[in-house]
Design a protein around this ligand. Structure first.
Ligand SMILES: [Zn+2]
Length: 480
């Protein structure tokens, strides 16, 4: 956690933070946005390059249709209006890993606009506006370590140059680091559901910059903002924002002024540091990209793309809860990823009794996972395994107690249910009643007085026999 500046708590409550987020997600196309080079992560440096993504003079960009479809799908999932015509623009700046001297992006006519996300905060729902979603190309990477001479040289890897990105810009509607965290979590979940990005933060396929300012509570105008760049986890973004908000308040309270600048977050120290003063938008000298036609996504194409939009997490949670009678919390867990929700639903549908699958997940699986601090993706028992076990109980082949024992063995051995069931020799619940009849006969013979009482009408004496029966060592089946 950050070491906070010496801002008093009372000073902090006088101000309110205003936060807007810019999220870049790398689209999962096989090739780059303007050339046919591979986008595969982890290839040897500068092996996935060609004249286009190296920025050679005279080379011409050709737009990747799949990148447009993926970005449009993401924009739709975020409730954006899709502009029929959008324009690519050159964003001019110099950077060593940007060989052309400009980035092809979109400026005043982006692909998607006016979207929103409903985040849950403190039990309430809050609508966060999404200003725009636009398509752009990624730059290359400057490497400062991991090669010979890295102590005195910087190397450039252009494999990433030209990788398609969707940039998602929120309205400054976020009023706390916690809201920013919730927004990012939901945004990532939705993008993952659409399947257009793997949102892998370690590999940089999801990156977030945060704009933050503070203003006296109730004031309408915005304060001067700073931008926190390249933070690589949602938790760090929350921590960085907390630190930065306090830093700004502290500075204003002590009579200073906020400088509009880009700041970097040092997670080890929990502090942000000024990096460079922020370029104004006009510094980029945006102008329409002369080598690309306007991008037209007409009604027919939009309809085709919309038909690929999956059921999104929130809707799915509601449906699972009502279809299978599971709790909201479990619906949340089961919809954590689209593949998990798919697995659960296919298991539930394949099983004889879907409700029993849901009950087993809730009653038997979740508790064991929690006890072992495992995520559901790490569960030794797959959803298919849960379905198989549900069917065995449903048909009466095994008892609830046997299922519990078999689940315990699955967790002990780290093996799926069907495998453990086989290893245990497909145990069956006994349906042989002759053993039980024999015990009953013995009990009757040993208690003639009670038998006589029963015969003369004292029916309650049956309770005595049940009690005697229960005291006997249980003739229950063991699994071994
Ligand atoms: Zn290329």
């Amino acid at each position: 956690m950050a070491t906070l500046p010496a801002t008093s708590h009372s000073a902090r409550t006088k101000y309110e933070p205003v936060i807007g987020l810019e999220v870049h997600v790398q689209l999962l196309t096989a090739s780059k946005i303007f050339c046919s080079c591979s986008t595969r992560f982890g290839a040897l440096p500068n092996t996935n390059v060609c004249p286009v993504c190296l920025g050679m003079p005279g080379s011409l960009p050709v737009l990747n249709k799949k990148a447009v479809e993926f970005a449009t799908l993401a924009a739709m999932a975020l409730n954006c209006r899709i502009n029929e015509t959008s324009i690519f623009a050159r964003k001019n700046y110099f950077y060593p890993d940007l060989p052309k001297g400009y980035q092809i992006s979109q400026y005043d006519k982006p692909l998607g606009e006016h979207g929103f996300l409903d985040i849950k905060i403190g039990g309430n729902t809050k609508k966060i506006g999404i200003t725009r979603l636009h398509l752009e190309e990624d730059a290359g990477k400057s490497l400062h370590e991991g090669f010979l001479d890295s102590d005195e040289k910087t190397a450039i890897d252009l494999n990433r140059s030209g990788t398609p990105l969707a940039e998602i810009v929120s309205e400054p509607d976020l009023a706390s680091p916690e809201e920013a965290y919730e927004y990012l979590t939901l945004l990532k979940e939705i993008i993952l559901y659409t399947g257009v990005s793997d949102c892998n933060m370690e590999e940089g396929s999801l990156r977030c910059d945060a704009n933050v300012s503070v203003r006296p509570r109730g004031q309408r105008g915005l304060g001067t903002k700073t931008e926190i760049k390249n933070v690589n986890s949602f938790r760090f973004i929350r921590d960085a924002l907390e630190y930065e908000i306090d830093r700004q308040i502290d500075l204003i309270e002590s009579g200073g002024k906020i400088t509009q600048e880009t700041r970097l977050y040092n997670a080890d120290e929990g502090k942000t540091y000024g990096m460079r003063s922020k370029e104004q938008a006009h510094d980029y000298r945006y102008f329409p990209e002369p080598d690309l036609l306007p991008l037209i996504v007409d009604a027919k194409w939009r309809a085709e793309i919309r038909s690929q939009l999956p059921e999104l997490p929130e809707a799915r949670r509601k449906r699972l809860a009502s279809d299978y009678g599971i709790t909201e919390y479990d619906a949340q867990v089961l919809t954590a990823s689209r593949s998990l929700a798919d697995q659960f639903e296919s298991a539930a549908k394949a099983a004889k009794n879907p409700k029993r699958v849901a009950n087993l997940v809730q009653g038997e699986l979740m508790g064991r996972l929690k006890a072992k601090s495992l995520e559901i993706e790490q569960s030794p028992i797959s959803m298919a395994g849960v379905a198989a076990s549900a069917d065995l109980v449903e048909s009466g082949a095994i008892s609830g107690k046997m299922l519990k024992d078999l689940y315990d063995l699955s967790f002990e051995r780290g093996k799926d249910f069907p495998l453990v069931y086989e290893e245990e020799g497909r145990p069956q619940q006994s349906t042989d009643t002759s053993a039980l009849e024999k015990i009953a006969d013995e009990l009757l013979a040993a208690n003639p007085k009670q038998v006589e009482q029963y015969r003369t009408g004292k029916k309650t004496v049956i309770g005595f026999f049940v009690g005697q029966l229960m005291k006997l060592p249980r003739a229950r089946l063991t699994l071994s």
